[in-house]
Design a protein. Sequence first.
Lengths: 331, 331
Amino acid sequence: MGEFDLIRRHFQHALQPAGVALGNGDDAALLAPAPGCHLAVSTDMLVEGRHFLPTVDPRALGHKALAVNLSDLAAMGARPLAWTLALALPRADDAWLAALAAGLLALADAHGCALVGGDTTAGPLNLCLTVMGEVPAGQALRRDAARPGDDVYVSGQLGDARLALEVFRGRCEVPAATFARARRRMEWPQPRVALGLALRGVARACADVSDGLLGDLGHILRASGVGARIDAETLMQSAAVSDDVRALPKPLALTCVLAGGDDYELVFSAPAAAREAVQAAAQAAGVAVTRIGAIEEPAAGAAGTARLVDAQGRPYRVPDGAHLAGFDHFA
Amino acid sequence: MGEFDLIRRHFQHALQPAGVALGNGDDAALLAPAPGCHLAVSTDMLVEGRHFLPTVDPRALGHKALAVNLSDLAAMGARPLAWTLALALPRADDAWLAALAAGLLALADAHGCALVGGDTTAGPLNLCLTVMGEVPAGQALRRDAARPGDDVYVSGQLGDARLALEVFRGRCEVPAATFARARRRMEWPQPRVALGLALRGVARACADVSDGLLGDLGHILRASGVGARIDAETLMQSAAVSDDVRALPKPLALTCVLAGGDDYELVFSAPAAAREAVQAAAQAAGVAVTRIGAIEEPAAGAAGTARLVDAQGRPYRVPDGAHLAGFDHFA
C-alpha cells in the first residue's frame, strides 16, 4: 500500500466548514477565518515511549493526540476550525491506523474541526498535530491578562490522570474501579472547548492544565506579572478533587492535584464582579468550575509564583513527599 | 537545562509581522491575516535516517526543514506569515541546537516568517514544521486549475539534488566540484516564494517539485482532470537541466530530471497568451523558467498522466535503466 493510498483510505472525511476554502490535497490548505476573527494556532508532538506506551489503544491515542491540541484552543477561547496531522510510522499497519484515525476523526467531527493537511513518513512512531481555531479579535483568553483581585478558578477535577500514572508506575495501589476511572480520565481527556467559548468576555487570563496546576498557573502569573494565593486546604476538599484522589495518602494527593499533568482542565482568572457570569458560563458549557484562590500583587521579586495557604490564610505546610514542581521533559 | 530554557535560548527572535497578533508563549499564537486574504497552511515532518543522515550539518538541516515548507507556500502563491516548530530530540545538545536554530531562523527572517509556537520533547530526532501564509481570496495557485492548451513550465533546474543522492548512494561518480554543487542544491534548496507571488494572476495550476517532476505534475493533472505532453528531448537540452546532470549516463540523467525529488522548483501551467507575463514574472523573481510541454485533453481513461514526446512529437523511447516512478515512502 502506498503512502497516498494509506492516507486516503484512513483519513478521508468530508467535513469542510465554512472557514475552510480548500481542504487536503493541494500544496497547502486554504483557511478563510470569519471577518474580524484572529486565527489561533497551536502545535503538539507525541512520541512513543514518552507520551504513550507501545501498547496503547490506538483509538485512545488518536483521541488524546487531538484532545490535547483542542485543549490549547479552548484555553484561548477559540472555536476549532481545522487541523493538520503529521505521522511517522514504523510500518503501515492497517488495523492500527484505522483505529488511530477513528479516534482522531471522531473527536474532530464532534468539534467541527476539519483535517486539512498533513504528512506521512516512515520512522519511529510520532504524531505531530497543529490545530487552528477562530476567535474574534481582542476576545482571546490570553495568559497575560490576569490582574490583582481576580478570582482564580479551575474547571472539572484535577489529579485523576496523575493517579492513573502513579498506579502504572507501581507507586500506589487503588481499587480496580478507581483505576479504571482514573485511566479513562488520562486516556480520554475532554477538551473544554465549550467552556473556553462561554468564558469569552467573562474570564481574563486562561491556560489549560497540561503540565500541572502550579506550573500552568505559573505561566499566567509570569505573563501577567502578578502573584496568586491558592487556598490549598479548600481546594483539596472541593468538588475540583475527586473522592478517589482525596483518598490517596496526603502527599500523593497534593502531588496529583497541584502538579499532576494531563488533566486538560482550564485554569483561569476572572474579576470578582463576574462570579455569577462565570457560573453561568460553566453551566452553559456543562462543566463545573471551582474558585480556588485569587490573583495578587506580586511579592517583591516573586512575580510568577503562587503561594499556598490554609483555611485560615496562613502559609500552607506542604507535607514531606509531595512533589510540586512543574513537569519538564529535559530537567 | 530545562525544556523551556532550551527553547527560549535558541529560538528567541523578535520578528512579529503585522499579520501576527500574538506570538509564541501562550496556549496558542494568534494570527491576523490581512482582510480579504485566505491563510495557506502546510505541514512537513522530517525524520533522521529517512530525510537526513545523523551526520547532517544541523544548520543545513534547519534551512532545509523550513525551505521545503516555504516551498509549499510558494506553490500556492502565498506570502509566508508564520510557522510552528515541533522538535523531538534524543538529548539537549547545545551546540547542535544553536546551529539548527540558526539555519531555521536565517531563512525565516529572509522571508519575514515569524516563529509563533511549537513543542519540544525527548524522542528519536524528528522535526515537524507547519507554515502559514497569506494569499488574496481567489488568487491561490491551486493544483486543480490546469486547462487543455496551457503551457507547462518548470522553474530553475531539475535533477541536481538527485545527482547528489546517487553519489551518496555510491551509484555514480562525478568530479568533486560537481558533487559539491549538487550537494549544495540538495542541502540548501531555495524556496521559490518570490516566483509564486509573481505568478499570481499569471499562472493557472502550480505545485512544487518535491517528489519528482512527473509525480508532482501528476498531482496537477489528476486534480485538474487533464493530461499533458512533456517534450523530453527539448527539456533535457534546455536551461532547466544543468550541464552536470546532462553529462550523466542518459538513463540516470532522465531519472534525475523527471523523477528526482528534492528540487523544490515550481511546476506550473499558464495560458499560451501569458507567455510574456510568465517571463516577466520569472525576471521579477530572479529565477529562470523553462517551457517544457503543454496541458492536453486527457486520453481516454488516462487523466492524470503525462506522455513524453521527442523533438518530432513522437512517443519518447525511455532508455532501459531510467526509473521514472514517483517517490513513495511505503511502496
